[in-house]
Design a protein around this ligand. Structure first.
Ligand code: VG1
Ligand code: CO
Length: 543
């Protein structure tokens, strides 16, 4: 079989963001674009000769075609073996698990996660290391450097492989093993949560709706919730992965998972609702008439994890991304365990998990996970919730009310201003940054600034530093506003404004979040001059 060395030239803009490289699908399909990036991943990680790679994606448009290209390139670069999810499917957490289970050298995950899919939408690719987690910043920097000097990539001239045929196949000297994407993951879940207990819960009539949003979690949820745990058929909705996610936006939040939200607020709402994103690493939790913010969900899971067999001995510690609310900090303090604050993106949790410093981690964007893999894991979070609901016999709203009574409530909201002119967004951030030093002590709209800085992270495990990770302004009275620019968008800039207000008065734990957050929102908008600077007065998405 002929191996081709293809001459190429560096392609600009192949810098990985918060979670791999994300671009318009049309950009990924341009001549050499994918190939250049894949070769840069191979080169940047020291070559793939003799290595084993795990490959799979969320099933979006171009998933299978991209996998065929990656397989031919892995072969030409002398990889020993590729383990591929059947049909090219692997949820991000399942891929992370498979890398660890097979002791693979790394993996390529094809996904743009919560971004829409299709020929006119988004595509993405990321590299995970042998620990199953996203490449560290040091490694993504190396990959990016390779993209800037690349002049050649290697590819085998071979026919497409049938990705649906389970078992071992050969491409020249490389073995390709096609595996059931769900089986190993489902086995892992049984070692963490109490399946018999949850099965009993469903047998007793507990009702649930899981919205897979036409994305990759569908097959996992059907198998685990309906087949293994006995939830009635129909518990999982939108469970068939589709290349354009049923023309939807596979982002599990109250805006994009509106069908589920409406159902959970209707008269005949089930006991429990959940949704997951394009690649299955995010989760939304909602009780009957009660939406749970991801930050609160992390705090709740931390408080009750010991009820599940996998965490019976307690947690080593917890970690949250900086913009995530400080609800979990308060729970961690009461448990007497460490709580780490990291920059946004799962790659920053990997070292803490590997070093055994933390057991649970989470982000305000609906990512929660634990040390069972090195990615956030949507279905796992749902199962842990079910375990807790089964053990306590309480409803979602009862559990939340108890949590707030014990620790106070961190009212929380995120405002996203999307598709903002990049220069304007940068200028706004630059001006805000320039003001930070003199802010402490000043009063804005009745709130006094307690501290203001730009978050920088010193990794306590390997000593690496990450700067420029978001501007945070805390106010007297336990309010906080955080500004960041998104690193996953594919068009213009997205400004994220995160708002938080702690309330410990037990008479004020059931207020409308919007009303509670008005003061901090107004102060943040005044301080940043966002409206005048960007010409945008209302956010596109509020979660
Ligand atoms: C967003 C979220 C972040 C998450 C990242 C990847 O990043 O805010 O918390 O880790 O997406 O999640 P950004 O830079 O756009 O704010 V996923 O589910 O896209 O892999
Ligand atoms: Co995702």
């Amino acid at each position: 079989m002929p191996m081709q060395n293809v001459r190429t030239t560096p392609i600009e803009g192949q810098k990985p963001g918060t979670s791999g490289l994300r671009k318009k699908t049309a950009v990924f399909r341009r001549p050499h674009f994918l190939e250049n990036y894949v070769q840069s991943i191979f080169d940047g990680t020291g070559g793939v000769e003799g290595k084993t790679l795990v490959i799979g994606g969320d099933g979006r448009f171009f998933n299978d075609a991209a996998i065929q290209i990656i397989l031919r390139m892995a072969c030409a670069n002398s990889a020993a073996k590729c383990v591929v999810g059947q049909g090219g499917l692997l949820s991000t957490p399942a891929a992370s698990h498979l890398i660890r289970l097979r002791k693979a050298d790394g993996g390529l995950i094809l996904s743009a996660s919560h971004n829409p899919g299709g020929p006119d939408a988004d595509f993405g690719l990321k590299y995970n290391g042998p620990n199953g987690g996203p490449a560290t910043e040091a490694l993504t920097d190396k990959i990016y450097e390779c993209t800037k000097t690349l002049v050649l990539y290697k590819i085998a001239a071979a026919e497409d492989l049938d990705l649906h045929k389970l078992g071992s196949h050969k491409l020249e000297n490389m073995v390709i093993e096609i595996v059931d994407p769900v089986a190993d993951y489902a086995d892992l879940m049984q070692t963490i949560v109490d399946f018999p207990k949850i099965r009993q819960l469903f047998a007793d009539g507990f009702t649930m709706c899981f919205d897979a949003m036409h994305a990759v979690t569908g097959p996992y949820a059907h198998t685990v919730l309906e087949d293994m745990l006995g939830a009635p058929k129909g518990t999982v909705i939108n469970g068939q992965p589709s290349p354009d996610f049923g023309k939807g936006h596979p982002d599990p939040n109250p805006i994009w998972a509106k069908t589920l939200m409406d159902k959970m607020h209707s008269a005949d709402a089930p006991d429990f609702g959940a949704a997951s994103d394009g690649d299955g690493d995010r989760n939304m939790i909602v009780g009957r008439g009660a939406y749970v913010t991801p930050s609160d969900s992390l705090a709740l899971l931390t408080a009750h994890a010991h009820l599940a067999p996998g965490y019976r001995d307690g947690l080593a510690g917890v970690a949250r991304s900086m913009p995530t609310s400080r609800a979990v900090d308060r729970v961690a303090e009461s448990l007497g365990i460490g709580c780490f604050e990291t920059p946004t993106g799962w790659k920053f949790f990997g070292n803490l998990l590997d070093a055994g410093k933390v057991t649970l981690c989470g982000e305000e964007s609906a990512g929660t996970g634990s040390d069972h893999v090195r990615e956030k894991d949507g279905l796992w979070a749902v199962l842990l919730w079910l375990n807790i609901l089964a053990e306590t016999g309480k409803s979602v709203s009862e559990l939340m009310a108890d949590l707030w009574k014990a620790h106070g409530r961190c009212y929380y909201s995120r405002l996203d201003f999307e598709g903002v002119d990049s220069d304007k967004a940068m200028t706004m951030m630059d001006r805000l940054r320039a003001k930070l030093d003199g802010l402490a002590g000043s009063t804005i709209g009745g709130l006094t600034v307690a501290a203001a800085d730009e978050f920088a992270y010193l990794d306590p495990v390997d000593g690496s530093q990450s700067t420029g990770q978001g501007i945070r302004i805390t106010f007297a009275g336990d309010a906080r506003a955080v500004f960041r620019l998104s690193g996953t968008g594919t068009q213009g800039a997205t400004i994220r404004l995160y708002l938080e207000q702690l309330e410990t008065n037990t008479d004020r734990l059931q207020e409308a979040p919007d009303a509670v957050l008005t003061a901090v929102r107004d102060a943040a908008l005044t301080l940043s001059d966002l409206v005048a600077m960007t010409g945008r007065s209302t956010p596109d998405v509020i979660t």
